[in-house]
Each structure stands twice: as C-alpha cells, then as structure tokens.
Design a protein around this ligand. Structure first.
Ligand SMILES: *Cc1c(COP(=O)(O)O)cnc(C)c1O
Length: 372
C-alpha cells in the first residue's frame, strides 16, 4: 500500500525562509542579547490600543469569530471610503495572495508577471496554481521596470504583481508608471498593488492612489496589512480592496473563519490608533535617514527606500558580513537568497538597536579595510 502522491508542483515549491529567530541565533552563537533587523517588524511594538482591546476580548475566545468580519470590514470601509462589499480580509495579506491565486489562476495556460527580485510569495502563488511565472529583472537602480513588465504581457497573462514599495529593495513605482501600465493593459489582466508598506510611503504625492484606481473601475486589487505599520505581524491580518466582482470571488474561496477573533478586534482598534501610526512613521523616517547617511559614510551604497527597511549594496559578497554581524548579535537579511549576492536588507529598528548595528558594521568595515 502506498499513500496518495503529492502533486508534483507542490514538491517543486521552495519553502519560504523567514528571518532567523533570535533564540536560534543566541543558542547557536552562545549570545544573550541578539537583535533582529530582518523581518520589517515594527520596532515600537504593537499598537497600544490594539493590545488593550485584545486583552479585553480574551474573555470571549471560546466563541467562533464573526465569519462575516463585520466590525473590521465596516471600519475598513470607513477608512478607505469604499463600500464594504469591495473589501476582503485575510490571515495576513499573505493568505490573500493564496486566495487571489485560487480565484484567478487555473493552470499552466495562465501566467503571472513579477519583478525579480520582488516579494518571494508571488513565486509560491505561481508554483501552487501551478501557472507560469514571468520574472522581469529590476532596473539598474533596483526599481520595478514597468515598461519591461508591460512588454512581458501576453495573451496568457492574468496578473501583474507590483509590490509597492517593493520588497526587498524598498523602491516604489510612481503614479505615472501605474497609469502607463493601466493604459497598456489588454482585456482580462488584473494588476495587484501589494501595498504592505503603504503608510510609510503614502505622504509622497507621486505615490499611486490604489483606492482611487478601484473607484475608477480599473482592473486592480489593492492589498495592505496590519503587520508592518500597525505592529500586529503576530496576529495575522491583511486586507484587500477591488471591484465588487473580484471581492466576491475572494469571499467565495476563503475559509469562513480565516481571521481569528482577537485579530478582528485588534485590527479595528489599531486602525483607530492614529497616534501610534504617526509615531511609527516619524520614527521610521528619522532612523531610515540615519541608516542611509551612516552606511553611505562607511562607503556602502544604500538604496533610497520608501519602506521600513533599506537594501544596502556592499560592493562585495554579502554573506561573510552577514555572518560577522551574527557573531556580534545582529540579524539582518542576506541578499544571496534574493538574487542580490552583494546586498543585505536591514529593517529599521529602535534607535538603540540601530546604534548596535552601526557599531558592529563599523568594526566589520574597518576590519575588512585593515586586512585588505
Ligand atoms: C510583509 C509583506 C507582506 C505580508 O504581510 P502579512 O500581512 O504579514 O502576510 C505582503 N507583501 C509584502 C511585499 C510584504 O513585504
């Protein structure tokens, strides 16, 4: 007797490699005060309003969550100024990517277009379908190459995936570029604007207005998350907005209780925590500026970022430096697995964490120059 074979496309899927856990690095290197600047989490913690609301809601965790996600969808409708029927909520925006794949990708006759490198979960979407995944290299300045992505569209194309700002590069596409993409879009193609870092980037007047694009009836799905600015990565809530037809399709494929009860309550409270969001964005801007400045002074090439992380071109293979940072108790993300072997991605941490990072990095840079 043999069990049912696993689908071949599932066997081909590459596992997601998350940032290394602090505890693992502490165990492995015999350290006690490791810091992690590798997962783009909020260094200020979770929204205090969300934490208080969830603590209070603990009394009710024996009850199933509201399958209609009424409270959170209503709050989001209000926040975005869109009808509730155009909004959908998921177990992180990551789940929403899977649901979009389930709803719109039917097999190898379909293709999605992604930047390379961009968010690795888009590749998993294609592997899971399975469908074709057309990789379009970034421009020399690490930006999504919209003209090239337009050029890659074929009759098989179903989705064009834009992470804006892009992860792992932090660069953003402009309103003009997105408009040019819509102008060139043939029938039957949807643009996914994955705006996981929206709140960090939206003060820029050139930033595309995805909500307006939805209101204009453009074929677009906007995705945002509570994981980054709102500091709620651990409770997994993301949301999307699109036409009523697209939103309805996603509602059909999602599990009824995909967003847990605490997450629903926490997200509603976080959405109203304006003070926390503005403090998060302010802290991020000032520490991101300092990160750009100090790494430039060290002779490295940081890529201007609209998000809460910075990609740094080291001008040499990144892994030895990433290892030396680990020895000093600082976890960053190597670009090697992302196809950027000379780069590392550093999340903006607290001021004290950034000082630790600069001290470690300075030692490493100076050490390297001394031995060279
Ligand atoms: C972090 C991130 C997400 C996933 O966020 P979750 O809501 O935590 O699943 C989605 N897209 C991009 C580009 C990200 O960087």
């Amino acid at each position: 007797m043999t069990p049912a074979p696993v689908r071949p496309n599932v066997l081909r899927m590459r596992p997601y490699s998350p940032g290394r856990p602090i505890e693992e690095v502490e165990r492995e290197r015999g350290l006690t005060d490791v810091i992690k600047l590798a997962s783009n989490e909020n260094p200020l913690g979770g929204s205090p309003k969300a934490r208080a609301a969830m603590a209070e809601a603990l009394d009710k965790i024996h009850l199933y969550p509201d399958a209609s996600v009424f409270g959170l969808s209503s709050a989001l409708a209000n926040h975005l100024d869109l009808p509730k029927g155009q909004i959908f909520v998921g177990n992180g925006s990551d789940e929403l990517l899977t649901l979009i794949g389930l709803a719109f990708l039917s097999g190898l006759e379909d293709e999605i277009i992604v930047g390379n490198p961009s968010f690795v979960r888009y590749d998993s979407m294609a592997e899971l379908a399975p469908c074709g995944c057309v990789q379009v290299p970034l421009t020399a300045d690490y930006r999504l190459d919209i003209p090239a992505m337009i050029g890659a569209i074929t009759p098989r194309t179903k989705l064009v995936m834009l992470a804006n700002p892009n992860n792992p590069t932090g660069t953003r596409v402009t309103r003009q570029e997105v408009d040019a993409l819509f102008a060139a879009l043939p029938e039957g193609v949807t643009v996914v604007l994955d705006e996981a870092y929206f709140e960090f980037a939206c003060d820029d007047p050139g930033f595309p207005n995805s909500v307006e694009n939805v209101k204009q009836g453009k074929p677009v799905i906007g995705l945002r998350t509570f994981s980054k600015t709102y500091g709620l990565a651990g409770i997994r809530v993301g949301y999307g907005f699109a036409s009523p037809e697209i939103a309805e399709a996603i509602q059909r494929v999602r599990a009824p209780f995909n967003v847990n009860a605490l997450a629903q309550i926490g997200a509603v409270a976080a959405l109203a925590d304006k003070e926390f969001i503005s403090e998060t964005v302010r802290h991020n801007r000032s520490e991101r500026d300092r990160l750009m400045q100090i790494t430039t002074e060290l002779g490295l090439k940081p890529v201007p970022s609209a998000a809460n992380f910075v990609l740094i071109d080291l001008g040499r293979p990144a892994n030895p430096w990433v290892e030396q940072l680990l020895d000093r108790g600082v976890i960053v993300r190597s670009g090697v697995g992302l196809g950027l072997p000379n780069c590392m991605r550093v999340s903006v941490g607290t001021t004290a964490e950034m000082d630790r990072f600069y001290a470690a990095l300075t030692e490493i840079v100076k050490g390297d120059t001394a031995s060279a």
